[in-house]
Ligand binder design. Structure first.
Ligand code: S3P
Length: 428
C-alpha cells in the first residue's frame, strides 16, 4: 500500500487497551472462579487468539456496552486432547503454557508459520523444572504438548533472556505449584503479570530484582478492570510528532508503566519534546503524553535499557534515521526472536530506503539524518511493528513510500491507519 508523506501530525489521540495487559486479563480468566469485567480491552488479532483459547477452554465471553465480561468456572474433569491455535501470538502461547501445566487434561499449542519458528525451550526448561509435563517439537519450537499435573513444585529461576513472557509463564504455573517460587531479574522486564496478581490479592512479593509467589493459591470472585491505552501503539505517533516539523500531539490515557516507557527516555535524550502527565497510579500507571516536534540528535542504547523498550526499537530506529549523528543499539539480540528477525529485516529495508545503517549481531547502527529515496517499496516481512515503522518513515519522505503486507498491522493495532489519517496533515 502507498503511505503518503505528511507535513505534520496534530491533535488528540486515544488508543485501544494495551495488548500485553489485555492478554493477561483474557488468560487469567482461566484461573478465576467468577467474572472478570474489562473496559477498553484491546481489539487486536493477537488478543483475539487469547480470547479464543479462553473460550475453547470453557470461559464464556459476553459483551455489554463497551465492556467485555469473562465468566469462568474451574472444571477438574480432564477433557480429551485439546488443540489450541495461538495464531501469531507468542504471549498467548507462552502464558497459556504456564496456565495449562496445572489444568486437568492434555493440550497442544500450535501457531502460524512465524510463531512456529519462535523459541519455546525458554519456557519448557523452567516449567519442566517445576515438574510440569510439557514437551516441544525436537527443535524447541511449537507444537507444545502439556498434560496438566497436580504435583507442580516451586523453583528459583534467573530470567537471563529478560523475557516477560517467560517470567509470566512461570508465575502462572507457580500459582498452581507447591512452595515459594522466586524469579530474579537483572533488568526489570514488563511487570503486568505481577501487578495483575497483586491487584487480585494474590500472594506476590516484590523485592528489588526479585519476585516471589507462594503457591498453591486460588483465584475467585468478580473483578473489574479498565485497560489504559496501548503505549506501544502510541509510540509510533510519539515518533511521528518528534520527526515532523510543527507537529503537536496529545496521546490520551495511555499506559505509563515505567517497565514499558523506556522509549520515552530515549526520545527525550535525543532532544524530543515529550511530557508525561500521570492521571492515576492505581494498578497500572496511566496518563497523557504531549509530544511536540524537535530537532533530534543521535543516541546509544545498551543492554540495561532493552527490556523496557524492546517492542519500540523499530519505531526508535525511524527517529534515529532522522536524527543528527550515529546512533547505536547493543544488547538487543532478543529482537532476532520476534515475529521476524527484526534486526535483519529492519536494517535490510532501511538500506533500501536509503538510510545509512548496519547490523550488529545484537543490534544495529544508524547514521542520520537520512534522505529517503523516492519510489521505493519496503517489505514489512509480515511484521506489524515493521509495517507501522515504515509507514511513519513514509510521512517524513518526499512522496511517500510503498509498504507491503500492511494487513499484519491488525496483529496489534487495527485502528492504525484510521488514527493516522485523523492526525496527519497532507503535504501541499
Ligand atoms: C510481551 C513481552 C515481550 C514483548 C511482546 C509482549 C508480553 O516479549 O516483545 O511483544 O506481553 O509479555 P518477550 O517476553 O519475549 O521479551
Amino acid at each position: 500500500m502507498h503511505v503518503g508523506a505528511a507535513a505534520r501530525v496534530t491533535g488528540e489521540l486515544e488508543f485501544a487497551g494495551d495488548k500485553s495487559i489485555s492478554h493477561r486479563l483474557a488468560l487469567i480468566s482461566l484461573l478465576n472462579e467468577g467474572q472478570i469485567e474489562i473496559t477498553n480491552l484491546s481489539d487486536c488479532v493477537d488478543v483475539k487468539s487469547s480470547l479464543l483459547a479462553a473460550t475453547q477452554l470453557g470461559v464464556k465471553i459476553s459483551y455489554s456496552n463497551n465492556k467485555v465480561l469473562l465468566q469462568s468456572f474451574i472444571s477438574k474433569e480432564p477433557h480429551d486432547h485439546t488443540i489450541i491455535d495461538c495464531g501469531n501470538s507468542g504471549t498467548t502461547a507462552r502464558l497459556l503454557a504456564g496456565i495449562l501445566t496445572g489444568r486437568a487434561g492434555r493440550h497442544s499449542l500450535i501457531g502460524d508459520e512465524s510463531l512456529s519458528r519462535r523459541p519455546m525451550q525458554r519456557i519448557v526448561g523452567p516449567l519442566s523444572a517445576m515438574n510440569a509435563q510439557i514437551s516441544s517439537a525436537k527443535n524447541g519450537r511449537l507444537p507444545l504438548t502439556i498434560t496438566g499435573s497436580n504435583s507442580l513444585r516451586a523453583i528459583e529461576f534467573a530470567n537471563e533472556t529478560g523475557s516477560a513472557q517467560v517470567k509470566s509463564a512461570i508465575l502462572l504455573a507457580a500459582l498452581q505449584a507447591k512452595g515459594k517460587t522466586q524469579i530474579f531479574e537483572r533488568y526489570a522486564s514488563r511487570d503486568h503479570t505481577e501487578r495483575l496478581l497483586i491487584q487480585l490479592n494474590l500472594p506476590v512479593e516484590l523485592d528489588s530484582g526479585s519476585i516471589c509467589l507462594e503457591g498453591p493459591t486460588k483465584l475467585t470472585g468478580n473483578h473489574s478492570f479498565a485497560v489504559p491505552g496501548d503505549i506501544s501503539s502510541a509510540a509510533f505517533f510519539a515518533v511521528a510528532a518528534s520527526i515532523l516539523p510543527d507537529s503537536q500531539l496529545i496521546l490520551k490515557n495511555v499506559l505509563l508503566n515505567p517497565t514499558r516507557t523506556g522509549f520515552l527516555k530515549v526520545l527525550q535524550r535525543m532532544g524530543a519534546s515529550v511530557k508525561e502527565h500521570i492521571i492515576s497510579e492505581v494498578w497500572e500507571p496511566r496518563g497523557n503524553l504531549s509530544v511536540n516536534s524537535a530537532c533530534l540528535s543521535a543516541t546509544d542504547i545498551d543492554k540495561a535499557e532493552i527490556p523496557a523498550l524492546i517492542d519500540e526499537l523499530p519505531a526508535l530506529a525511524i527517529a534515529m534515521a532522522f536524527a543528527n549523528g550515529i546512533s547505536r543499539v547493543r544488547g538487543a539480540s532478543e529482537l532476532r526472536h520476534k515475529e521476524t528477525d527484526r534486526i535483519r529485516d529492519l536494517i535490510s529495508q532501511l538500506k533500501i530506503a536509503g538510510v545509512d545503517c548496519q547490523e550488529y549481531p545484537d543490534g544495529f547502527e544508524i547514521s542520520g539524518p537520512a534522505k529517503i529515496c523516492e519510489r521505493v517499496r519496503l517489505d514489512s516481512c509480515n511484521d506489524h511493528r515493521l509495517a507501522m515503522s515504515f509507514a511513519i518513515m513514509a510521512l517524513n519522505s518526499r512522496r511517500g513510500l510503498e509498504v507491503t503486507n500492511t494487513d499484519s498491522i491488525n496483529i496489534s493495532f487495527p485502528n492504525f491507519f484510521t488514527i493516522l489519517s485523523k492526525c496527519a496533515q497532507p503535504n501541499n
